[in-house]
Ligand binder design. Structure first.
Ligand SMILES: [Zn+2]
Length: 541
């Protein structure tokens, strides 16, 4: 009985949003006062609110009850179980990262420290055409895992194709196409946010566009989007953007160029044209957008980037057989030379780094010039290619490639239809020499591109990290600071926020974040991760 009265009192206070004034003459008042819970679980005082919509900051306090924002008002004086003094810092929605490879380490480290500590409160997995297939059991496992961060997933077209056709370079039979449709449909029913493609990767690379469109239609029917690591981000980048637009247009769903970049010195400047293509598509009503990470180096599977796709056909054993055969090795080598000279190598084997290798931890941090020298060779481009093939023969590595320009990066970032996404991993502190984007994507935008270079405004940067990705994923209860929405909140000092991770020393957490809150609970207090695990599995609405 008493419990009920207290609960009712709490609701009354919430509705009024007013100071608690109990009549002291009421007989039960004293005991109620003694036991009454604070009206709010958390109040963040003295913040500058950037609400995520792109509107200018304003001064207000934010009150949270349970997992929900209860009130935002100029001065909230009611008691709260916990009070955070933001002391003039920025209070923004938690960042939503729609392109990452979190699943690789997520179950080892479900607190996802490197993401939380850069203000990220939601991860959407399954990019680049790669996801667990079928998706349902993976989502169930995520759901059952105690985690600090919210997480959801796309269904990956490449994985769907691999499940049905393996790594074969051929068209599906009608029955096989139907089977693929069914797997995409099951993934969408399980809660995928859409379908990702990785048309650069084997086996996605073997997919004719008509087949992609057929599967995109299924994702679109369930309200999902299409997001693409394009077939070619170098010489063919314009055709690839056209293809991405066509998948949206003919598949009948929103479409997105993911981690939009221009690879290879001879292609620098092409972002002028790629952005024009996206704008022209938008003008005729195609819902086409892009996302980006703020670095001029990329990172992905070393084999995928350094060996031509035909060399990878059929899987690893067949690839190794081609590398053993002197004639095919020569052909592969010639293409790897071209990749180093004109594409991901940026013209020098020194630009291609190994992030980590499964066959030898000591390879991490070495570039292809180092590997050539290790093998007693001069660090020429040709010997760099030889070193690359040797590495591929030893096992699997992750590579880092310095082959993009700042001008393209800034041009893409300025575009209003570009959002920020990390393309990173959950990192175990100290393991390998990974791309720093896993630790620094969001603070790097805020520190370097907002504060130092004025490429975009702080409010626009926050929009690109919050309401824009939320809108894209149709996550309607996050991404904006507004009463009634989920309390995913990031507090940071705009004068101090910055990425600390570098290519040489990537395992360094971002600075300048003083509180990160997920579903109303503090998961990072400015010094350390807390023990709270309030993260939720998110499914498409
Ligand atoms: Zn990718």
């Amino acid at each position: 009985m008493m419990k009920k009265a207290v609960a009712l009192l709490g609701i009354g206070v919430a509705a009024a949003g007013a100071t608690v004034r109990l009549n002291p003459d009421t007989p039960f008042a004293p005991s109620l006062l003694a036991q009454a819970p604070a009206p709010y679980d958390l109040v963040i005082r003295n913040g500058r609110i950037i609400d995520g919509t792109g509107s200018p900051w304003y001064r207000a306090d934010v009150a949270v009850r349970g997992d929900t924002i209860a009130l935002i008002a100029p001065a909230i004086s009611e008691p709260a179980a916990r009070v955070i003094d933001a002391n003039g810092q920025i209070v923004s929605p938690g960042f939503i990262d729609i392109h990452n490879h979190a699943r690789e380490n997520f179950f080892r480290l479900p607190s996802a420290d490197n993401y939380i500590r850069q203000g990220v409160t939601t991860l959407i997995e399954g990019p680049d055409g790669g996801s667990p297939v079928p998706l349902g059991p993976f989502l169930a496992k995520l759901d059952a895992t105690q985690k600090s961060i919210n997480i959801g997933s796309f269904i990956g077209q490449g994985s769907v194709r691999e499940a049905v056709l393996g790594r074969a370079n051929r068209r599906p039979t009608p029955a096989e196409l139907d089977k693929m449709r069914g797997i995409v449909e099951d993934g969408m029913k399980a809660g995928a946010f859409g379908m990702s493609t990785g048309l650069f990767y084997v086996p996605g690379a073997f997919t004719p566009i008509e087949e992609v469109i057929e599967l995109a239609k299924v994702a679109g029917k369930y309200g999902g989007i299409h997001i693409s690591h394009m077939r070619d981000e170098a010489f063919g980048v314009l055709d690839s953007v056209r293809e991405t637009i066509r998948i949206g247009e003919e598949g009948g769903l929103p479409t997105q160029v993911t981690h939009h970049k221009i690879v290879g010195p001879r292609n620098y400047g092409k972002s002028v044209e790629t952005l024009k293509l996206l704008e022209a598509a938008r003008e005729r009503g195609v819902d086409a957008t892009s996302d980006q990470y703020p670095y001029t180096a990329s990172s992905n599977a070393f084999t995928a980037s350094m060996i031509p796709q035909w060399g990878q056909e059929g899987g690893r054993e067949q690839m190794l057989a081609r590398l053993k055969n002197p004639a095919t090795r020569k052909e592969i080598g010639a293409e790897t030379v071209r990749i180093i000279r004109e594409e991901r190598g940026g013209g020098d084997p020194k630009n291609v780094f190994l992030a980590h290798c499964d066959f030898d931890a000591a390879m991490a941090g070495k570039n292809l010039a180092d590997v050539a020298k290790m093998r007693g060779l001069e660090p020429t481009i040709e010997n760099g290619a030889e070193a690359a093939m040797w590495v591929v023969e030893q096992g699997n590595c992750q590579g880092v490639y310095h082959a993009m320009s700042e001008q393209d990066l800034e041009r893409v970032m300025r575009h209003p239809a570009t959002m920020i996404a990390s393309d990173g991993w959950v990192q175990i502190l100290g393991e390998g020499v990974p791309h720093p984007r896993s630790y620094g994507t969001f603070p790097r935008v805020l520190g370097v591109y907002v504060r130092e270079r004025n490429v975009i405004t702080l409010e626009d940067a926050i929009r690109k990290m919050t309401s824009f990705p939320a809108q894209r994923m149709r996550i309607s209860d996050r991404g904006i600071l507004r009463p009634g929405l989920k309390a995913d909140i990031t507090v940071f000092d705009p004068a101090r926020v910055r990425d600390m991770a570098t290519f040489e020393k990537p395992h360094q957490y971002a600075e300048g974040f003083s509180s990160v809150i997920v579903n109303g609970q503090v998961v990072f207090d400015g010094k350390a991760m807390t023990t709270a695990r309030p993260g939720k599995l998110l499914r498409r609405n």
